[in-house]
Design a binder for this molecule. Sequence first.
Ligand SMILES: Nc1ncnc2c1ncn2[C@@H]1O[C@H](COP(=O)(O)OP(=O)(O)O)[C@@H](O)[C@H]1O
Ligand SMILES: [Mg+2]
Length: 206
Amino acid sequence: MTVLCYHHKGGVGKSTTAVHVALTLLDDGSVLVIDGDTQAHSCAFFGVPPAAAEDGPVAVPAAGALWVAHAENSRLRRLPKQVGADHVVVDLSADFERMARVATTLPPDLVLLCTKPHTGALRDLPAVVNALVRETTAEVRVVPIGVDPAEIDAALAAFPAGSYVVADPVSYVPDEAERSFEERRPVWDFPTCTALRAEYDALTDP
Ligand SMILES: Nc1ncnc2c1ncn2[C@@H]1O[C@H](COP(=O)(O)OP(=O)(O)O)[C@@H](O)[C@H]1O
Ligand SMILES: [Mg+2]
């Protein structure tokens, strides 16, 4: 499956969610993480220098059957085939046009709309859901990171039922999260990673 982590705000947990989803999907096959942000936080998490991953996927044996690529939109399409990845996780920058191009080039099965307590993250959800519904046929799943799911539903009250789904909330753990990228270890209680695992087990069930 192809999973796109997106919000048009920065700092809402896109990269954090992307690396956790990638680690979770590893239980169900090989995974390519495409880091589509100049900040290259997903590359950093897996210890891959972004420059090294510009030319194509770089294997991360310590993580398992996982590769990381740091890629511009035009080259996205061939990357999963290069390594024969079962799953692709795309960590996007906060940019509508880029999201639209990526969604066309590598159509996702699922969009994770990560929403941390953050100025504007909730307020802008309707605009983002609108854009996603326009640009992709994928399920739009809002991931509440330390946000009450009821707040998500309130922010999206104008949307018809079924236009989005709210995932089980995951915890907001500031100190752990800060160290997570530096120390290259998961922040949510992986390998249990309960909430995310429950979500993705269900999705990858044949
Ligand atoms: N569950 C969490 N709890 C606390 N802080 C978090 C959590 N997830 C992410 N963060 C922090 O929020 C900041 C932005 O997260 P990041 O995943 O890099 O967002 P984005 O990719 O959307 O810019 C980082 O400093 C990260 O450590
Ligand atoms: Mg990021």
